[in-house]
Design a binder for this molecule. Sequence first.
Ligand SMILES: Cc1cc2nc3c(=O)[nH]c(=O)nc-3n(C[C@H](O)[C@H](O)[C@H](O)COP(=O)(O)O)c2cc1C
Length: 533
Amino acid sequence: MNPHTETVLNYHHRTKHTLQRYAKGPETIDWEDQPDQFRRFSGCETIALPMPGQALKPLFTDLDNPQSIDALPLNLESLGLLLELAFGLSAWKEFGPSRWSLRCNPSSGNLHPTEAYVISTGNGIIQPGVHHYVSHDHCLEQRCLFSDTAEHTDILIGLSSVHWREAWKYGERAYRYCQHDTGHALGALHYAAATLGWSVELLPECSDAEISSLLGLDRKADFKPLEEESPDIVCRIHTQTTRNALTINTLLENTQSGIWYGKADSLRAYHFYKWPVIDEIATAAHKPHTEEAEWLALCQFPATSSCTQTATEIIRQRRSAQQFDGKMPPLPMADFQRMLAAVLPCVATFGFWRWPPKVHLFLFVHRVEGLTPGLYALPRDDAALAKLQAATLSSFDWQKQPGTLPFYHLYSGDVKQIAKTLSCHQPIASDSAFSVAMVAEFSETLALSPWLYRRLFWECGLIGQVLYLEAEAAGIRGTGIGCYFDDSVHEILGIKDDAFQSLYHFTVGKPLEDKRLQTFPAYGHLQNAGIKP
Ligand SMILES: Cc1cc2nc3c(=O)[nH]c(=O)nc-3n(C[C@H](O)[C@H](O)[C@H](O)COP(=O)(O)O)c2cc1C
């Protein structure tokens, strides 16, 4: 076996939570010592983006047909909106002396390891170069200036992760959560771009080394040890004005000949616990440059939604439910079907996902109109059906449910307690309408290349982001669940080996608001500081 694949498999197995013990993490947490959630680079010019919060007309349901949305012109305001709707703040919360921000993209533990960069060429809006987005201040920090690229008009977005931000709280399992968060951020970027009438083109060939070089992450001297950023993904944003897009090689030449500015501020001086397995897995799951097959997802939306809210409303109001109403009336079947349809790879959201679906859903159904409570499955690829049937309990009946969705009944019964226990005893998995285990085609995928371990988590995060927004559109709420007992999930499903592994959980239901929390506007602090649009 490829030694890197072995490292990835070892990491995966040692970071499983079990009923007997949780994956290795810090024994104590000093909340005063939480890493700064907001990276800033000192020594760079900053560009203030126009005041965020603008309401746009497109309805959330218009995103089903992206071509129906008139594209906004590319200017500083629309670029700011793209960044805000994808990675910006959505609110501040206060409870007693504690105050914390929330963002349009969710994050495990609200730790936000994901950083976003804009690469701009010749658009006359911001100088050609590499710019780091600071969501707190809604501004760009000019990390690199290119020489003239006026012939070409391009906007790219690059994502990276500060693993340590997540490991500070979650220890060894944190690397998985960083990958989930990247998937969520990608989904958030897609929804933001679609709302502006733009689209995202994922650049799947790029290697980690290329992304590092593009974003300046390989400039070791600019980062404090242990606070580096690891490269994740680069996407091109298609606006009306994109023309003569530069190749990655030309962009790399620009970053190499460009002038770099600034050094990353320290996130926190003290690193009490160290997690070397995270560095090991990050090296083993390094992405090489790859040749990727042309991929044409069929983009048609099979299920309508009754949502009448705008896309900007849905995106900004997205939250994780912390508690559900266990006495909620059953979720209407039409809403449930819409959510299932929305995660299939044949819809607009997955149009930009350049890889074949490898993640399938097992659903613990508690409160859905017209459905007997129990266990169900949604294979997201027809070819996976037989493999899933062969890998799971022979007593599952795999009864196809009426309708066009690939939705199968497996077992009838009250699965509330099972769902709760499996999700680290969290009641959000049982008081909901339904909860989900995302099960990936694991060993076959990893055998192709160890870096695909990350891609499986990204796919899970992307599915999670769809569920978050669809839940809001249905008037209810979702929550991602990274804490679950891996092998107990496999045991309940009858999975005996690495052919399939559960990589993420999610739950959807009627939220109960915590009235003790106060909510404040996302960017009130900028208004107060007098920053003008
Ligand atoms: C990958 C991932 C895993 C998560 N796991 C859990 C979990 O196990 N339990 C939970 O209550 N919330 C979980 N959450 C929700 C986060 O705590 C939440 O996103 C974060 O606090 C920010 O709040 P917001 O989603 O309302 O913006 C998870 C979120 C993500 C993205």
